[in-house]
Design a protein around this ligand. Structure first.
Ligand code: PLP
Length: 242
């Protein structure tokens, strides 16, 4: 069981390397984030102990449940799920360094208020709905730049880049379009040179489409299933507001 997780990570690193070779990129530019939703803390620990220390949860409840067990091993926590404003206070207790799923102004404002109160800051990525699927969260591509400008005014939020979930499709060119769109929006934002905005991170690509994402410029890939195995819950459970 333990070995399986580590073997899977080795396979993923191989896939990262190959995708980098194909696209003339340096593998050091691509960070592997472990998407740990539904994975018990004891299994996550195996990866952390082996030095794979960038992990992310989708739900505040799971973050909380695993926190005590994982905190003894140094690691970096991101948040990649749909965040409800009434969970902000709770989320900030668990040492999350980056919220990758910031997708609307009211959430940004409430986060800012709370962070001001705590005299703290947090890194964020702006989540963009590049697949135009209604079931997915994220600001629409047309409104992404405006949201970045607005969030940039909130000095407790440090924008580091963009995040997206590609279209779920076997047609790789349709998936590629999503990643290209994210890269294109990133380039437009860089050209605007907005203060308090950094754009170095592009979080895109999952178990099924990581090669394409890397070819299109991903700096963070988020991998769950290919490392920890199939989940019991369908992903819609995690991507719906409940
Ligand atoms: C679950 C999840 C992932 C990982 O998906 P896999 O297909 O299991 O690799 C990546 N990003 C987000 C936002 C997720 O919810």
């Amino acid at each position: 069981m333990n070995e399986e997780i580590l073997n899977n990570i080795t396979d993923i690193q191989e896939r990262i390397n190959n995708a980098c070779i194909n696209s003339n990129r340096n593998p050091d530019e691509v960070k592997l984030l472990l998407a740990t939703k539904t994975v018990p803390a004891e299994r996550i620990k195996i990866a952390l102990q082996a030095g794979h220390t960038l992990i992310a949860e989708n739900k505040v409840q799971e973050l909380k449940e695993k926190y005590e067990i994982l905190k003894e091993i140094p690691h970096t926590n991101h948040f990649i799920g749909h965040l409800q404003t009434n969970k902000i206070k709770d989320l900030l207790k668990y040492n999350v360094s980056c919220i990758q799923s910031l997708d609307r102004l009211d959430l940004a404002e409430k986060l800012h208020q709370r962070l001001q109160f705590e005299n703290n800051t947090i890194e964020v990525l702006i989540q963009v709905n590049t697949s135009f699927e209604e079931s997915k969260f994220g600001v629409s591509p047309d409104n992404a730049i405006e949201l970045v400008k607005q969030v940039a005014q909130l000095e407790t939020l440090k924008i580091k880049g963009l995040m997206t979930i590609g279209l779920f499709s076997a047609e790789i060119e349709k998936v590629r379009k999503c990643f290209r769109l994210l890269k294109d929006i990133q380039q437009q934002i860089i050209a605007l040179n907005i203060s308090n905005v950094e754009m170095q991170e592009l979080s895109m690509g999952m178990s099924g489409d990581m090669e394409t994402a890397i070819e299109e410029g991903a700096t963070i890939i988020r991998v769950g299933t290919a490392i920890f195995g199939q989940r019991v819950y369908p992903d819609s459970y995690y991507w719906n507001e409940k």
